[in-house]
Ligand binder design. Structure first.
Ligand code: CUA
Length: 339
């Protein structure tokens, strides 16, 4: 019994603290890497500990009562003495929970205030997150960059603190932006701008997901926050600010791309493709994933995605354009040059 309990405890602890499971890292609020996430994690720990103490006391008393006062051979069938009311006990079970709730409210209010009232420092990066069914648009108005699904931000360590402040908007329905290791959930609501901020203390790729049911492909609306040391981030910015690469070897493929309906929904800066309904493709090859984090950005996946998006994300808003194999090859060949 004790052994089984020990095994169960270890398994639960592993589930809570696991960093990775197979290919997909489990993003965990108890492994925070950003100031707001740290504060949220501390409150969560406190709540878990308080709940664990309450559970232990209640379960302990219950177990004690069940064992100590169980029916034994020779007990009479007469009703045991009945006890009605105890002012002390009733006062205790009213006042103690009130105090616990009061402590939790005060601690939570302090954290909410400190996270929400933080003012952006002068060097803060500002970006706008736009929720779409079912992908994320990331704009950096001061840098003139528009990208999708992969939010690049600078590392903010103690030597070089530089938080990123995000403005969250939606063009269609309610979404929620959640990257557990960087901050809590913030709703993304049409006709309203919400704010949040992150200051990641470690470089890396941190995964999040839309956390508000927003339709068929809600579960496949992944977020990658790519945290880079300042020089790498600046290099990324410089590359993103360039117009689309002109590769003469794909001139015919480019014409093929510009002659199909892709251009109605997608932009490639410096060409006649200027649609804004879908992700900006100007630097598509600088992204690690396609289809909002669902596919690795490989030539095979790109071809399969363009050929029939509905087979990969059923119900998504990108239609199959019924391209011929030649057209498909050309579109893929051209897109592959958009570094
Ligand atoms: Cu967007 Cu759920």
């Amino acid at each position: 019994m004790t052994r089984r309990l020990a095994v169960l405890t270890v398994v639960c602890a592993e589930l809570v603290f696991a960093g990775t499971a197979g290919d997909h890292p489990i993003e965990n609020i108890f492994r925070p890497l950003s100031t707001p996430a740290h504060e949220i994690s501390d409150v969560s720990f406190l709540a878990v500990i308080i709940c664990a103490v309450i559970f232990s006391v209640v379960a302990g008393l219950l177990t004690y009562a069940i064992i100590r006062y169980r029916r034994r051979p020779g007990d009479s069938d007469a009703e045991p003495p009945q006890v009605y009311g105890s002012n002390q006990i009733e006062a205790a079970w009213t006042v103690i929970p009130l105090l616990i709730v009061f402590v939790l409210i005060m601690v939570s209010a302090r954290v909410i205030a400190s996270v929400q009232n933080a003012k952006p420092p002068a060097n803060a990066l500002h970006a706008t997150v736009v929720g779409h069914q079912w992908w994320w648009e990331f704009r950096y108005p001061s840098l003139g960059i528009v990208t999708a699904n992969e939010l690049h931000v600078p590392l903010s360590d103690t030597a070089h603190p530089q938080p990123t402040f995000l403005k969250l908007e939606s063009v269609d329905v309610a979404h929620s932006f959640w990257v557990p290791r960087l901050n809590g959930k913030t709703d993304v609501i049409p006709n309203r701008a919400n704010d949040m901020w992150i200051d990641p203390h470690e470089a890396g790729d941190f995964i999040g997901n839309c956390a508000e049911y927003c339709g068929t492909q809600h579960a496949n609306m992944l977020i990658h926050v790519i945290v880079q040391p300042k020089p790498d981030f600046e290099r990324w910015v410089a590359e993103q600010q360039l117009p689309a690469v002109e590769d003469p070897s794909v001139a015919a493929d480019k014409q093929a791309f510009l002659s199909v309906s892709c251009v109605n929904c997608h932009t490639v800066k410096g060409t006649s493709a200027s649609g804004v309904f879908g992700p900006d493709l100007t630097h598509l090859m600088s992204r690690k994933y396609l289809a909002s984090g669902v596919l690795s950005n490989t030539p095979e996946n790109l071809r399969a995605w363009i050929k029939d998006p509905q087979a990969i994300k059923p119900g998504c808003l990108m239609p199959a354009m019924h391209l011929t194999d030649n057209e498909l090859d050309s579109v893929v060949a051209y897109l592959r040059t958009l570094k």
